[in-house]
Write a protein that binds this ligand. Structure first.
Ligand code: IVH
Length: 678
């Protein structure tokens, strides 16, 4: 090694050590100026000797390249999820199942950890250096987010050397949770609000959204943090979960300090309760505890069923609740025209954000819970984002509390309301109602749909009011109004050009996202995926009969009716033409299928009947579609295979009469294995 190489390597080692002290231990040893000096020195040398730059250098965390597509990656070892428990009794049941799966005389130890509420990642290290990182995805196939994960300073690009570790660790996976501290999340939201951007609902969404940004330079500026909790190294015989956490710490990863070894389930219950109290004091969000059998040998003996291990379970905490006063009940018009009541509350801080509104769902719910203006109510934030009213504290009802009446006219446009038979909601029938227009546009631009960064609620309101936007296709002609947009006081030239760029990028969104974005009633993101994968193009979906649509596995009559209705509307037809001209994707390309290549399943149509023992129906269907097959609900000449489980009924008989090939569960499993190995 030349003296320059030595100098460079020594600087890198020093910087790595300081990063570790600052970001992992939170115990900085030098001042910011001293640190910057080291970085500068390294940068200067690397500029002089670019041939000596290695990907694990601390200067190489943030790349300049945009990630255009997040490539699918297969997890060599599936990323399992956990079954949930909600009570002491369920924890005792878990303990019983664990003991049943082991020999009578075996001692069982558990490790109880915090369940961090973030986004999980799997990171692969080869010869000590970070190689790839991926999201969980469906547990089998995730998306590659290496460039974004590299920017997170608490994740080492190169592991620390530790002589006390006797394992080889030449090719291992580290799994853990990426998250944001509550305070960091709030600051980020404040900044976004100031610049007119969409705010995030909670730290978890904010983290997941950040990990999927295309520009790693923006990711690097976001306050992402990490805790790791799994070490998987197929070449080594690891001993226990507790040991793994210690090894992770020694390798330089951030491991949460709160974990506890328990030698009985009684102790586990006690620790879960302690953690639930601790939750209030933490700087980050947790939604439960995770209980793991400590011995890896025992974990292997117990194995897993379907998608969850038998050796671990989550204990979910109760949703956080608080009480506040209902100041008014207002009515809001959604994109479908549904008029829903909203409780306007005295603002109150709960679980990471300030709550000032809660949905009341519909008028029947107000009556059932007898919610009145002036009441003090208990509100709760569950797994979902929108808080809800749990109950009224009747003992605190003031004498002046007022009952509310359902509105007679649309609160926004004044047109008359309609209540379809069998539905609890009232609808505004005017599709030109400004709030319906805004709601549709917000849905179209939202993260799960076309994901147009910057086109959030406040900008849409403004653009609709100014007459710039009315239909989806207007979004794609906004660039013609660039000068008018720049004239708007609030918006700078830069934010307009960012907006126009993200509009341009949205044209690359896959067909199923476009289909979902159209906001066809009852077509959620799941149904949109199924329809897109089955019909492959908008033209063939438009041509399909109602019967052909219902044939698609898990697509019911209400969806198929609504799809037909949407596409027969002349106004919608016109918008679709315009969107097509703008260059949106109206045909299906299956990234996953391309990725797994040819398989037994590709292009074949399957019908499932009877019950399977090692898959749920959904899982079997997911496997088939992931490998490029289709699943429909009834047997016809077009069916290639019928997958018949236990107690298969008339569908199997029909398949036999039509001479269709039949697969039993064993054969199916074999085919899945083969496809996975390809
Ligand atoms: S262990 C087979 N430990 O919870 C083991 N998961 O529903 C699976 N999570 O996807 C994961 N904190 O994202 C484990 N201490 C912890 C965790 C944890 C949070 C998340 C993880 C996983 C989900 C399971």
């Amino acid at each position: 090694m030349s003296s320059i190489e030595k100098k460079i390597e020594s600087l890198r080692e020093q910087i790595r050590e300081h990063d570790y002290k600052y970001y992992v231990l939170a115990q900085p040893a030098i001042s910011d100026q001293e640190y910057d000096k080291l970085i500068k020195e390294l940068e200067t040398l690397e500029k002089q000797y670019p041939e000596l730059i290695t990907p694990d250098s601390p200067t190489q965390r943030v790349g300049n390249d945009l990630t255009k597509d997040f490539k699918p990656v297969e997890h060599k070892i599936p990323m399992l999820s956990l079954s949930n428990t909600y009570s002491e009794d369920e924890l005792y049941d878990f303990d019983r199942r664990v003991r049943d799966g082991l020999a009578d005389d075996e001692k069982v130890e558990y490790l109880v950890e915090l369940k961090i509420d973030g986004a999980s990642v799997s990171i692969n290290y080869v010869n000590g250096v970070l190689k790839t990182a991926a999201t969980r995805g469906d547990g089998t196939i995730g998306e590659e987010i290496t460039n974004n994960v590299r920017t997170i300073k608490s994740i080492p690009l190169k592991i620390k050397k530790d002589k006390s570790i006797s394992y080889k660790l030449n090719d291992f996976e580290v799994r853990g949770e990426i998250f944001m501290n509550i305070a960091d999340f709030e600051n980020l939201n404040k900044e976004r609000e100031k610049s007119g951007e969409k705010t995030f609902a909670n730290p978890r969404n904010s983290t997941a959204g950040t990990l999927k940004l295309q520009d790693p330079r923006i990711v690097a500026r976001r306050p992402l943090n990490s805790f790791t909790y799994s070490l998987i190294s197929p070449g080594d015989e690891l001993k226990s979960q507790e040991d793994n956490l210690f090894i992770l710490q020694k390798l330089g990863f951030k491991v949460n300090e709160h974990f506890k070894k328990c030698s009985s389930i009684e102790e586990v219950v006690k620790v879960c309760k302690e953690f639930e109290i601790l939750r209030e004091k933490l700087k980050y969000e947790i939604d439960g505890a995770v209980i793991k059998v400590n011995s890896i040998m025992q974990q292997n003996k117990l194995g897993s069923i379907a998608k969850a291990p038998r050796w671990a379970v989550a204990f979910k905490f109760k949703s956080k609740q608080t009480s506040t006063v209902v100041r008014a009940i207002t009515w809001q018009v959604g994109r479908t025209g549904a008029v829903t009541p909203v409780a306007e509350l005295t603002p109150k801080f709960l679980a990471g954000s300030t709550i000032s509104r809660a949905t009341l769902h519909n008028f029947d719910e107000i009556e059932r819970k007898d919610i009145r203006v002036g009441d003090t109510v208990v509100i709760e934030k569950g797994g979902d984002v929108i808080p809800k009213v749990v109950e009224v504290l009747l003992s605190e009802r003031p004498s002046g509390s007022r009952k509310t009446k359902p509105p007679e006219k649309c609160p926004v446009c004044g047109s008359k309301l309609f209540k379809p038979d069998g539905e609890v909601a009232f609808y505004c029938e005017n599709s030109e109602c400004p709030d319906q227009i805004k709601g549709r546009l917000e849905h179209f631009a939202s993260r799960g749909a076309m994901d147009i960064e910057g086109l959030g609620e406040s900008l849409i309101d403004l653009f609709v009011e100014k007459g710039f936007l009315k239909t989806y296709s207007d979004i794609y002609t906004l660039e013609n109004l660039k000068d008018d947009l720049i004239d708007i006081d609030r918006l700078g030239e830069r934010s307009i050009s960012n907006l126009l760029n993200s509009i341009e990028r949205s044209k690359k969104k896959p067909f199923d996202k476009v289909l979902f974005a159209l906001g066809i009633r009852y077509v959620g993101s799941g149904a949109a995926k199924k329809l897109a994968a089955h019909f492959k193009s908008l033209d063939s979906l438009i041509k399909a009969t109602e019967k052909e649509i219902v044939e698609v596995y898990e697509i019911g009559e209400s969806i198929s009716k609504s799809v037909k209705k949407f596409f027969s509307d002349s106004h919608n037809k016109k918008i679709l033409e315009e969107l097509k001209k703008a260059g949106l994707k109206f045909t299906f390309t299956d990234a996953k299928t391309d990725f797994v290549g040819d398989s037994f399943f590709k292009g074949k149509t399957f019908v499932l009947t009877g019950s399977l023992s090692s898959f749920t129906r959904e899982e079997a269907e997911e496997k088939i579609t992931n490998f490029g097959g289709n699943v429909t609900s009834s047997v016809s000449k077009k069916t290639d295979y019928v997958l018949a489980g236990e107690k298969a009924g008339s569908k199997l008989d029909k398949a036999k009469t039509l001479g269709i090939s039949i697969l039993d569960e064993n054969e199916f499993q074999k085919k899945i294995k083969e496809a996975e190995l390809k």
